[in-house]
Design a protein around this ligand. Sequence first.
Ligand code: NAG
Ligand code: NAG
Ligand code: NAG
Length: 318
Amino acid sequence: MSRLALASLAFAAFAHAHLVAWTQGMYCKNGTDAGVDNVNNDAPVSPLYQLKYSDYWFHGVNGCNNFPPADGEFLELPAGGSFTAEIADNRAATTLSFNGAKTSDWPDGAWHPDGYSIENTADADASIVHTQNESMAAGTAFAISYTSDITQVNLNNLVVFSVRYMTPYKRVVSYDVPADMPACPEGGCTCAWMWIPNGCGLANMYMAGYKCQVTNATSTTPVATPQAPVWCEDDQSQCVQGAKEVMIWHQAEGNNVEVDGLDDSGNWRSPAYNWKMGFADGAQNDIFQNSGSQKREEAVLPSKRHTRRGHGADGKVF
Ligand SMILES: *[C@@H]1O[C@H](CO)[C@@H](O)[C@H](O)[C@H]1NC(C)=O
Ligand SMILES: *[C@@H]1O[C@H](CO)[C@@H](O)[C@H](O)[C@H]1NC(C)=O
Ligand SMILES: *[C@@H]1O[C@H](CO)[C@@H](O)[C@H](O)[C@H]1NC(C)=O
């Protein structure tokens, strides 16, 4: 086979790898057929591209946002601790199906060599992780909104609280929780998992919903109103400090981040949950009121931000 054919084969394989973070408390965990527990569920996994708000927000495109977890089931977030999620292309490849009998170290339940990547696919089935190698994986995030009603969650009250650089890569991922996370209201909080892959396949994004609870909370200071992050790879002093919004990118409406040109490695800039957009690895400890975000808010020109982000006069999106 020619080098070109090989390259496009690998590229095509990249493009069909779709992943989501599976946990207790997630929406759509049993699938989208009422009363059916689909152990081979991949309903929350599909990527979101050029969709309207109601279709991308909490994966409304196939109704995932209408399938909350069973009563009392939550993703638990221990303040000052960490929790794990299983990133996989199907529930079958996680411990949530078949008692974990079909899991492997990887998100597709298959065996892959160490250092698995597009540059090292010993099994030529090619990479399912959208990355050249682990160090190039874009990063993923969890965000929280202090409301139990998913229909009340919007860009202005959903705050990124945990980031893991160099994911998705292997199946099990640990996310750190800020020690100062306050407790959730009665009925819990609503969380989201977010991922924008970098330059492998279609420029799309991923979003999934969870009912979540903060355990072991000691602080009562609320999270601050988040700001849209900006590209700051070349100058970290330009990064937005404090609470940040989730990133909406390449959708038909409501996009809140923009990037142009090439990044420092010569590839097209792609917004990611990493230093390039000002996200630290691990717990986002600066997201609380009076923890630095207030000061920054004054420094951002409101008129400019609102135009760029397409906010209405009341601050709501659209
Ligand atoms: C999902 O399926 C499990 C196992 O059948 C069941 O216990 C649980 O209540 C179901 N969840 C929902 C939200 O229906
Ligand atoms: C990962 O891939 C990038 C892009 O091809 C390359 O520049 C980098 O050296 C690789 N890193 C490792 C550890 O192989
Ligand atoms: C909660 O706090 C207690 C007391 O500090 C500690 O022993 C326990 O490990 C914590 N639990 C979690 C889930 O972090």
